[in-house]
Design a protein around this ligand. Structure first.
Ligand code: NDP
Length: 481
């Protein structure tokens, strides 16, 4: 049994009253450990430690902070296999994905911001030779980083790294569903002697531990990734103390395939976009809009490719789709499939749970599911399902495709498939989303702005955007005589 502990002021500790929650492996449905059910007291202690550490960490130069972030990246990389095993067993994702995507990306996040802070610049404005304005970018102090379960260490480090690089001290809370790699991160910090109190990790539930971080007046900013409903609560609570918020929320992302696209490449990537990480990525393309003239061709390619995917034990190297993250989420996705049928959708493939034999016989597995025949406005095409479920929707004209693509309350990402460069520019500009990929999906350059519009979020992460979020701009105006 794994015993996860909080990491506060450089020390490992349990909840003050000793209460714990269970850690469950979704591939086997077995309890594999416990973690603290933290609340106000633990959060207070973490904020106190962060405050104490701030004076030194904030005042230290970028070279000092950068060196520590590089050390941390190296420590994660040195234990990549242990991190990957933990991420896979905690979330149900294929071990191969944790090894090649999640953990390498967490390493890259720390390295990227370790480098970025060394090259950060600020502006200066000269107004007549005698008046100089320049902008100081100063750390905020103690900040909160709250992350979800789908890409646990990947998204946690995406927040923690820029927060630390720009001189803040962090109180972080990973999802209660997947706390294990954040605990390993804390162990890596302890192993390398990372300055105590600079990074504090409190485990527990959102409504208790998470809410205590958001409400605390000493926490100057909240960087949050999670569901839209939670994001709205956080925005409301944070407004009480007027703290900065960055909200990366849900999506209902369109993949738009025009008749002039490379249809084979489009179908291959569309399947990845729909089903990677069991469809549990905020960027997954869950609405596949297909120009009517190529609808049947694309449909049969998609069905063949979806059926060729292997659902199975996350530990097995041939597995494409592992387990759904939890029983509750598994039930929710199954419920959405029932709603789709009630709304008149025809299930082309999937639509049911998958039994995996051996150690995974009780795990939460679902077949990759494609559905057609649903109007764009029905709930299946409007609500985020966040599982291996995608719908096929035909369109006639570019205008109609854009209207459908924009016709939800979300606006995170979109994928456009066309060989017509003019159309690529035109459609990209017309889409209401924070990110547009043309002839690709989920290519990530860490320097680019990342985030959504409408109910997909507020603010941008990535590169300079994250460094700006975690600092306060102060203008200094000097007039010489
Ligand atoms: P949730 O919103 O349920 O939870 C996200 C985090 O917030 C968890 O750590 C959770 O804690 C915590 N939390 C919950 N309630 C509160 C609260 N009242 N105050 C403070 N913290 C709270 O999302 P999920 O974990 O279910 O993640 C899935 C969602 O995340 C999907 O909607 C997905 O689209 C979105 N997402 C968005 C991304 C983006 O970049 N835009 C990327 C990845 C996911 P706990 O889980 O412990 O209860």
């Amino acid at each position: 049994m794994i015993r996860i502990q909080n990491y506060i002021g450089g020390r490992f500790c349990d909840a003050v009253d000793g209460s714990t929650l269970h850690l469950i492996d979704p591939a086997t449905a077995e309890i594999v450990g416990t973690f603290p059910d933290s609340a106000q007291k633990e959060v207070e202690a973490a904020i106190g430690s962060a405050e104490d550490a701030c004076a030194h960490w904030s005042a230290s130069g970028p070279e000092y902070r950068s060196a520590w972030l590089y050390k941390l990246a190296n420590a994660i990389e040195a234990s990549l296999e242990a991190f990957a095993q933990a991420e896979s067993s905690d979330s149900g994702k294929p071990l191969s994905v944790a090894r090649t995507v999640d953990i390498p990306r967490a390493v890259a996040n720390f390295r990227f911001f370790a480098g970025a802070i060394l090259h950060d610049q600020s502006e200066a404005y000269v107004d007549r030779p005698s008046v100089l304005n320049y902008t100081l970018r100063q750390p905020l102090g103690v900040v909160g980083c709250i992350s979800p379960w789908n890409l646990p260490l990947y998204l946690f480090s995406w927040k923690v790294a820029p927060a630390l690089a720009s001189g803040n001290c962090v109180v972080g809370k990973p999802s209660e569903v997947t706390p294990l790699t954040a605990f390993l991160l804390a162990k890596a910090c302890a192993d390398i002697g990372f300055p105590a109190g600079v990074l504090n990790i409190v485990h527990g539930t959102g409504p208790k531990a998470g809410a205590a971080i958001v409400a605390h007046p000493k926490v100057k900013a909240i960087s949050f990734t999670g569901g839209t409903a939670t994001g709205k609560i956080i925005a409301q609570v944070a407004s009480e103390s007027l703290k900065k918020v960055s909200l990366e929320l849900g999506g209902k992302n369109p993949t738009i395939i025009f008749e002039d696209a490379d249809l084979e490449a489009a179908a291959t990537e569309t399947i990845k976009a729909a089903f990677s990480n069991q469809g549990q990525i905020c960027l997954c393309g869950s609405r596949i809009l297909i120009q009517a003239s190529v609808y049947d061709q694309i449909k049969s390619k998609l069905i063949d490719k979806a059926r060729a995917l292997t659902v199975g034990d996350p530990q097995d190297s041939s597995t494409d789709l592992g387990a759904i993250v939890s029983k509750a989420h598994f039930d929710k996705v199954l419920h959405h499939m029932e709603i789709a049928e009630k709304e008149g959708g025809q299930i082309l493939t999937g639509g049911k749970k998958v039994s995996v034999s051996g150690r995974c016989k009780n795990g939460y597995f679902l077949a990759p599911t494609l559905i057609e025949g649903l109007p764009p406005t029905c709930s299946t095409n409007q609500d985020e399902i966040f599982g291996p479920v995608a719908t096929l929707i035909p369109f006639e004209t570019e205008k109609e495709a854009i209207e459908m693509a924009n016709g939800t309350r979300y606006g995170l990402s979109a994928s456009v498939w066309t060989k017509d460069l003019n159309r690529a520019h035109r459609v990209s500009s017309a889409l209401s989303s924070g990110i547009v990929w043309v002839n690709c999906w989920m290519h990530r350059d860490l320097r680019t702005p990342f985030g959504g519009v409408k109910e997909s979020g507020v603010g941008r992460e990535g590169g300079l955007y994250a460094l700006r979020f975690f600092t306060e701009a102060k203008n200094v105006c000097i007039k010489t005589s």
